[in-house]
Write a protein that binds this ligand. Structure first.
Ligand code: FAD
Ligand code: SF4
Ligand code: SF4
Length: 943
């Protein structure tokens, strides 16, 4: 059956059909606790492809699960049958009508892309889940998603005008609101559409009383189907009734959406309260002032924020409500209303967009951050978005807190307080049978509690597998029967997303982490202390929230941004690594070809280590994997050529002219071929005199000592960078010394997974550096500085390695910490941040130093230059390397005028910029050295 189905799909669909173990593993999870292995994944190219795919499934009675960004938290985007991924190709905005304020879209379009398409008209699509950078409209329709602005603009169902849908049996219908006459006419036309419409009309008539009393009682009643839209007073709106059906009734082919006018002014008023209960109790009084948002968070959440830049802007208190308003008058009335509520502690009004952004980031990161509790314990979804009518929020929250205490569960609460929707991820123990049983018991008790407060187990994420089997605890038997009847009208054989909403799969089945699965014993080289030394735990850090599928914003993940393929996202890689540890779908452990292929386009840029909310550190996992994968086996040629570059460079330094003559001669193509290097790449020229040769020939300076880390790249290829560094450091009053012996940070062996050699190299380096204790170590090349700062202690784990790491500073950090005032330059610049520096120290010190030097600098939007050490030089990676550079770096460099200096501290970034634009980028030290050469020298540290 499977093979026939797959063959049939391959013969019918043009967009792509994959049934290899790697793809099946990639699509086995969403952002929930569940794991279900599909039989095959289909990537429809267009409408015809969707129709053809469903027809092929029908011929084999194969169940279908539709999928967008796969960010669902309850398991409704995974299934054991055919997964249709709409996000890959079927993802366009088809039409925008600014006058009618509507847009027509394919279901796979990402919300942010729709927003970008309509922003120019001053319009916006109202529902705004926090996954807006990667969630699709199809997924939003599936879940009836919404976000913080639902107070103003409602849920997805409130913003859908009509849907073009297809049933499992192939009937295509356009549905929307209908008058009685229109409905009768459509039924009279007959056919399968007529049958469906008549059946739904009869259902609405038969269930009138139940629907009126049980459905649509409050805005965030997302659990179950929204049958209230079938009521005559709601104009029998089938489009709205199908929103939130989680792919269980129809496949959405396209959607016509209502747009709203973007508010001209936005201000953020933060109200401080003594605690979460007080904040919740205040909600009804504040909602009466009609803010656009009313979001709540508590102290526990702020403790998890890793970059607490905005925390000091929060007013006093232990819980806060974030109210967005569009006028100062609205702020005043809210403050007045808040002042009359118990536990009010103060307020802060953010009018500056930067201030607002910083504050919002606390709330937005919350969802991801809350996946780890203080102390590192894992926290899971399952009961993460229950909602009650807002007037019951305080009472519900108190009893819910007691319930948590009874189950000894922990979690940080936050959410859409204005609509009574509470987010919390809890410390369920899925690793034990007892913990799993308790999970199910807890869900039952929580559902009964939410029902007692008139609420809904889901307030926005949908029911999925986590909550479908709880619906009987909140809905009457009659209501459950109506929902089952609704489902069968559309999908009589139950083949669309079976197990969700109706005919529920038990919530404790298919759990991703389960005591019954024993991971493979996979010894590791790195220690993974944050994951109890357990690589399986490290790999399952990824909770699937999919921030790595965002196409803009942070640096993560450059390879996904180029290919748009789940396999090339951090999440995809983490999934495969996790599946590798389980040994069921991905067999072969460290030798797995599927994992190797998924890691192939990882640039080891380290961005995920910082940008991923739970710190999935793929660069480290890749090193680990490559080490085991190629152990005692031949490696790709580039591992020998570029992995051993420090050694080859040292040898070349004996006769650099000769080496250059050869590498720049007609023999270059053969050399590149041999070394696995892309033919398009120019081989860098070795300097005729290394920095060390220059430095050792000069007299010793005076002043406070600083140890300059002499990295391979600058020493052998661009010694002028290190010389400029010396010049500036000396002008700042430092006495520059260099390591007593030529040493290497081991980075090139690390990234190519030659961890034995990396360890030996690093051990020697640490021993050498430890011979010069108490002297700060300053690095000019960010990748090497970061390696000394983070990778060396991580790999060696010795006290000496940690001591060394503690002394490492970037060039800018050292100068800023020592209060250096550089000569003032009347310069303008743009700067490319090295992705390793982005992941480690950031660029605050660089910005500070440039500011002190009076440089008018614009940072190029966070991005990877695409070269990333050996990656962009490797033959098979050239195209991706260039495409990554084209995302932000190259356009910014091309747009910069001749009077604008291009700053790039990384050797890779400078090389990429030079090779692809012809512009010479400068290291920050070179820019400052120009000032030192031209003007007076100012220094502050005393010798
Ligand atoms: C960290 C985090 C924060 C979140 N914040 C919010 C939030 O603020 N508000 C909110 O509402 N949700 C939130 N969610 C849940 C989720 O991101 C949203 O519901 C989102 O809209 C799902 O979109 P998606 O493209 O990822 O859909 P998917 O997860 O891929 O699919 C969702 C459902 O839609 C169905 N579906 C997809 N395409 C189609 C189609 N063409 N036809 C029929 N059915 C289809 C799927 O079968 C599935 O049942 C959050 C999730 C996470 C992990
Ligand atoms: S890798 Fe990180 S950002 Fe990507 S889905 Fe996993 S947890 Fe989210
Ligand atoms: S290291 Fe960079 S390329 Fe690799 S997964 Fe992380 S963000 Fe993506």
């Amino acid at each position: 059956m499977s093979t026939e189905l797959i063959d049939d799909l391959r013969g019918s669909v043009r967009g792509g059909v994959a049934a290899d173990a790697g793809t099946l593993a990639l699509y086995s999870a969403d952002a929930s606790n569940y794991r279900r292995i599909p039989r095959v994944v289909v990537f429809p190219r267009d409408r015809d492809d969707v129709i053809a795919a469903v027809a092929a499934c029908r011929r084999h009675s194969a169940p279908i699960t539709c999928r967008g960004g796969g960010t669902s938290t309850s398991g409704q985007a995974v299934g054991n049958g055919v997964v249709l991924d709409f996000s890959r190709h079927y993802n366009k905005v088809l039409d925008v009508d600014p006058h009618a304020m509507t847009a027509v879209v394919q279901p796979g379009v990402v919300l942010d892309e729709l927003q970008a398409a309509v922003a120019g008209h001053g319009l916006v699509f109202g529902p705004d889940p926090s996954t807006h950078g990667r969630c699709t409209i199809g997924g939003m329709i599936g879940n009836n998603a919404c976000g913080s602005h639902s107070l103003a603009w409602g849920k997805t169902s409130d913003n859908v005008l009509s849907l073009e849908v297809m049933t499992y049996d192939g009937t295509i219908m356009t549905v929307g609101p209908a008058t009685r006459a229109e409905l009768d006419a459509a039924i009279a036309r007959g056919g399968e559409s007529g049958r469906i419409l008549a059946a739904v009309r009869d259902l609405a008539l038969d269930g009138l009383g139940t629907i009126r009393t049980e459905f649509g009682r409050f805005p965030r009643q997302v659990s179950g189907y929204s049958l209230e839209h079938l009521l005559p007073e709601n104009r029998f709106d089938l489009a709205r009734a199908l929103v939130g059906t989680e792919g269980t009734c129809v496949v959405v082919l396209s959607a016509t959406l209502r747009l709203v006018t973007r508010p001209r002014q936005r201000q953020l008023l933060v109200l401080g309260y003594s605690g979460t209960f007080a904040a919740a109790d205040a909600v009804p009084a504040l909602v009466a002032c009609e803010p656009m948002t009313l979001e709540g968070l508590d102290r526990a959440l702020t403790r998890m924020v890793t970059r607490p830049a905005a925390l000091d802007r929060l007013p006093g208190g232990d819980a806060w409500l974030f109210a967005e308003i569009d006028s100062p008058a609205a702020a005043e009335s809210l403050v007045a209303a808040a002042s009359a509520t118990a536990g009010f502690r103060g307020w802060h009004l953010a009018t500056d967009p930067v201030d607002q952004r910083a504050l919002w980031s606390i709330r937005e990161d919350g969802a991801g951050l809350a996946t780890r509790l203080p102390g590192g314990a894992e926290a899971w979804p399952g009961w993460e978005d229950a909602a009650v009518p807002p007037e019951n929020l305080g009472a519900y929250l108190r009893e819910f807190t007691e319930l948590l205490a009874r189950y000894s569960l922990r979690g940080a609460t936050y959410g859409h307080f204005g609509e009574g929707c509470l987010h919390v991820r809890l410390s369920f123990d899925f690793g034990t049978t007892r913990g799993t049983t308790e999970f199910r018991r807890f869900l039952g008790d929580a559902a009964r509690l939410v029902a007692a407060h008139g609420g809904s187990p889901s307030g926005e994420h949908g029911d999925g597998q986590a909550r479908s089997d709880l619906l009987g605890l909140v809905y009457s038997e009659q209501a459950m029967t109506l929902m089952a009847r609704f489902k069968r009208i559309w999908d009589p054989d139950g083949l669309l997303n079976p197990g969700m909403v109706v005919d529920a799969r038990p919530s404790d089945q298919d759990l991703r982490v389960s005591p019954s699965r024993v991971p493979l014993p996979l010894p590791t080289v790195f220690g993974y202390p944050e994951d109890d030394g357990d690589f399986t735990k490290a790999a399952r850090r990824c909770v699937g929230v999919g921030k790595c599928r965002n196409m803009s914003g942070s640096v993560m993940c450059p390879s996904y941004r180029v290919t748009g393929d789940e396999r090339d996202s951090t999440r995809g890689r983490a999934r495969l690594l996790y599946e590798m540890t389980q040994g069921e779908v991905i067999t072969g452990g460290w030798r797995s070809a599927e994992v190797r292929d998924a890691l192939d386009l990882c640039l080891s840029c380290k961005a995920c280590a910082t940008d991923c909310p739970v710190g999935v550190d793929m660069a480290t996992y890749k090193s680990e994997f490559l080490h085991h994968h190629y152990r005692r086996r031949p490696r790709p040629m580039s591992h020998y050529s570029m992995g051993w570059l420090p050694l080859w460079s040292r040898l070349a330094a004996g006769a650099p002219r000769l080496v250059n003559a050869v590498t720049q001669s007609a023999a270059a193509p053969a050399i590149k071929r041999l070394g696995g290097i892309a033919p398009q790449r120019a081989l860098p020229r070795f300097a005729t005199r290394t920095f060390l040769q220059w430095f050792r020939a000069r007299p010793a300076g005076s002043g406070r000592p600083v140890l300059l880390w002499v990295d391979t790249f600058n020493n052998h290829f661009t010694p002028h960078v290190l010389r400029a560094g010396v010049e500036v450091l000396e002008s700042a009053g430092f006495r520059v010394i260099v390591p007593p012996a030529t040493r290497c940070c081991g980075l090139t062996w690390l990234t190519t997974g030659q961890l034995g050699t990396a360890r030996r190299v690093m051990t020697r380096t640490v021993r050498t550096l430890d011979r010069v204790p108490d002297v700060p170590i300053v690095g000019m090349e960010p990748s090497c500085t970061v390696a000394l700062h983070t990778d060396v202690p991580r790999l060696l784990g010795t006290p000496a390695a940690h001591r060394t790491a503690g002394r490492v500073r970037t060039f800018a950090q050292l100068l800023v910490e020592h209060g250096y005032q550089p000569p003032v330059l009347a310069a303008k610049s743009i700067s490319q941040t090295h992705c390793h520096q982005h992941a480690d120290t950031g660029t605050a010190a660089d910005a500070e130093l440039l500011g002190r030097a009076g440089v008018d600098n614009t940072a190029i939007p966070a991005s990877c230059c695409g070269l990333a050490g050996n990656f962009g030089f490797e033959r098979e990676h050239y195209q991706v390397s260039v495409a990554a550079a084209e995302q932000a770096t190259l356009p910014a460099v091309r747009a910069a005028g001749d009077d604008t200096a291009v700053l790039a501290d990384g050797f890779s970034c400078r090389t990429q910029i030079a090779q692809l634009t012809g512009r010479s980028a400068l290291h920050l030290a070179e820019l400052l050295a120009q000032g030192v050469q031209n003007g007076e020298t100012r220094h502050s540290p005393s010798g």
